[in-house]
Design a protein around this ligand. Structure first.
Ligand SMILES: [Zn+2]
Length: 215
């Protein structure tokens, strides 16, 4: 998802996991997994561990809409104590790559954000993304489709030096996330109504995972 190069860099090898912890102010507190390897594969664009530590995650997310989308998910995870999981695309010219990002609360407002490659497929269509009337390309950070008007369609990567690209979140991906949050809320409500049997059923465990969204 995310146009964060950090998260996207996760996806070179099947099962690659990239992980970071965010402090309550959304600063990167720790990174783990194949972080540096991913950065290297990704051209190292500001994503090596030592370069991201202590910096706000928002410095690595492109587009106000995408930041707002993620911020809402972070807020939900912290306030509800639930885990949210979503799918997103991270394609290269050669492969379509489906990734999964999971956001889960830790103690004291900390969040864990993990990204892993879930599958690869044939290349994305090579059609140039449509240019919107304002002269920019609107591309969804989650599904990587682009739209000039209301119709979102799969497309190839925007050409370097071409029209500016604005990363947004399309209506379908927003709806998917909203549905997943609703489902997760219902599961949390059921668990809460269960009186916390066992006492130690910590918030953020797998039973509370939000459903997949995006696609
Ligand atoms: Zn989308």
């Amino acid at each position: 998802m995310m146009t964060t190069k950090m998260m996207r860099g996760a996806a070179e090898g099947a099962g690659t996991v990239l992980c970071c912890h965010l402090d309550p102010q959304d600063r990167v507190q720790a990174v783990g997994g194949a972080w540096d390897m991913a950065a290297r594969l990704n051209g190292g664009e500001g994503a090596f561990a030592e370069e991201v530590l202590g910096r706000p995650i928002w410095a690595f997310v492109s587009g106000d809409e995408t930041r707002s989308y993620l911020n809402a998910l972070f807020f939900w995870c912290r306030s509800r104590g639930g885990t949210f999981r979503t799918r997103y695309q991270y394609d290269t010219a050669a492969l379509r790559r489906r990734c999964v990002m999971e956001i889960s609360p830790l103690r004291s407002g900390l969040l864990k954000v993990e990204s892993r490659l879930a599958g690869v497929g044939p290349p994305a269509p090579r059609d140039a993304p449509p240019v919107a009337p304002g002269g920019e390309i609107r591309r969804c950070s989650i599904c990587l489709r682009a739209a000039a008007g209301e119709a979102w369609r799969p497309c190839g990567h925007p050409a370097p030096g071409g029209p500016p690209v604005r990363y947004v979140v399309c209506g379908a991906c927003r709806a998917d996330a909203a549905d997943a949050l609703r489902e997760a809320d219902m599961r949390l409500a059921v668990l809460d109504a269960g009186g916390g049997a066992g006492g130690g059923a910590g918030r953020g465990d797998d039973r509370r995972a939000g459903g997949g969204a995006g696609g």
